[in-house]
Design a protein around this ligand. Structure first.
Ligand SMILES: [Fe+2]
Length: 329
């Protein structure tokens, strides 16, 4: 499948401070082998690195995620990248807000800025490559549409491997969606793209990014937790190949094919071994560096999808909160 780099130059909104990319997520799971099997089947390049797993997309040197082992599944840290010239300015702004800055966690050598958000998610902000797209990411069929007199599909034997091209976004349960939006606007300089009341909100970066790089769903007073990690695979055909590939390897519980209203992306979600989800995504809306996206409050019926199969009954279940409350997941 064609690699999508999206690199045509550096986008930077002049005179405004904000993160440009969600650079890396760090998630803890109880069983690294189960994670290795799941993410490999999903089509990622999973590498064993220093007692953890690095999650890469094939053909791309950027590490999108690090998975380490621990007693319970949780988001350990989220790293955002900024432009070098913004580092001191953002650091000063955060200090001015009297947010407590922390030393790097044990095992991390970094000159980044570390602090907790209001949900106790550890955040790192550091100078780094802009991995969010600089333009709307290409969308289409893997090989294009077949010309006349030529078969367009593959045999089942010869179908290509499904391989996501990049990490796209994540969604987390949080107790207070609107307070979280306010924090990420004020501290990280992100912007609200769209929301559904206080149930779900989608945020983008100001220097050109997808419609959302991080989204927040209401945890109804329960503990924060990961809902899903999303990976761009570039086409509806790729999404279908991904779902079939997972089924071939025994991962049958999913939700899709469908299309979201907010963000507009086509999707198929696969449930991971801990009850959260991994999304194949394609054709998500894009907010250019010079565009002020009109943020709207949408009716609840538009919060999840425009078409697709019925939601699995536990699609919005917060399994991580179960762990903290001592329930079986
Ligand atoms: Fe998503």
């Amino acid at each position: 499948m064609t690699a999508i780099t999206g690199k045509i130059g550096i986008n930077k909104r002049p005179g405004e401070l904000g993160v440009h990319s969600l650079s890396e997520f760090n998630v803890v799971v109880p069983d690294l082998k189960a994670a290795q099997d799941f993410y490999t089947a999903f089509g990622l390049d999973v590498r064993e690195e220093d007692n953890m797993l690095g999650l890469y997309t094939h053909g791309n040197a950027h590490r999108w995620g690090a998975i380490s082992e621990g007693a319970i599944k949780k988001i350990n840290m989220v790293t955002y990248a900024i432009f070098e010239e913004d580092f001191e300015l953002i650091k000063k702004r955060i200090e001015h807000m009297r947010i407590k800055l922390l030393d790097p966690p044990p095992g991390f050598e970094s000159n980044g800025i570390f602090f907790y958000d209001l949900n106790n998610f550890l955040i790192q902000i550091k100078v780094g490559e802009k991995t969010s797209p600089d333009e709307k990411v290409a969308f289409g069929d893997i090989d294009g549409s077949a010309p006349p007199n030529k078969a367009g599909s593959w045999s089942r034997q010869a179908k290509p491997e499904a391989r996501p091209t990049r990490f796209a976004h994540m969604l987390a349960f949080v107790p207070d969606v609107l307070a979280t939006v306010e924090f990420y606007e004020r501290v990280l300089g992100m912007r609200l793209s769209d929301r559904t009341g206080d149930m779900i909100a989608f945020m983008h970066g100001i220097h050109g990014s997808d419609h959302h790089m991080f989204a927040f769903a209401n945890s109804a007073g329960r503990a924060p937790g990961l809902h899903h990690l999303s990976w761009d695979i570039g086409s509806v055909n790729g999404i279908g190949l991904g779902a079939a590939q997972m089924a071939d390897k025994g991962y049958v519980k999913g939700w899709g094919l469908g299309r979201h209203v907010l963000g507009s992306n086509y999707f198929h979600y696969m449930q991971d071994p801990w009850g959260s989800w991994c999304e194949y995504s394609a054709d998500i809306d894009y907010v250019g560096v010079d565009h002020d996206w009109e943020s709207k409050d949408h009716p609840p019926e538009d919060g999840i999808y425009v078409w697709g199969p019925a939601l699995p009954e536990d699609f919005l279940h917060n399994y991580e909160a179960d762990q903290f409350e001592g329930k079986e997941s």
